[in-house]
Design a protein around this ligand. Structure first.
Ligand code: AMP
Ligand code: ZN
Length: 114
């Protein structure tokens, strides 16, 4: 996807502040953080959103969750807790059409989702 901002970050064309990376996943700081800790967990393969997951590509979700566990340990928020969000489509508020999971933490959130 030549015009995808996250593909460009993955290719190194756009700089990012990486906190974790493996063969399949990159995790970098959100440019516009909404919490003391706000990172994005992004698969290197271009999948548009959760709605584009299927039997063939669903293994990436396992890898995303394992990367989340690595990241929360690295950032030292694994014990106190955090929130994971994926926005999907127009009504879900998705602005970058490349599957990604927000990890937000470093503070206590309301028990209500929004
Ligand atoms: P969403 O609205 O769920 O699609 O999330 C997209 C997120 O990507 C937003 O929180 C943006 O602040 C973030 N974002 C957009 N461009 C960049 C960038 N170049 N580097 C880091 N984060 C970005
Ligand atoms: Zn992409």
């Amino acid at each position: 996807m030549s015009d995808c901002v996250f593909c460009k970050i993955i290719e190194g064309i756009i700089p990012s502040s990486k906190v974790y990376e493996n063969d399949d996943i990159v995790v970098f700081k959100d440019i516009n953080p909404v919490a003391p800790i706000h990172v994005l967990v992004v698969p290197k393969v271009h999948i548009e959103s959760l709605e584009a997951l299927n039997e063939q590509n669903i293994d990436i979700v396992r890898k995303i969750h394992l990367a989340i566990l690595q990241t929360t340990k690295l950032l030292g928020i694994n014990e106190e807790g955090y929130r994971v969000i994926t926005n999907c489509g127009k009504n879900g508020g998705q602005t970058v059409p490349h599957l990604h999971y927000h990890i937000i933490g470093g503070t206590k959130f309301s028990e209500k989702i929004i």
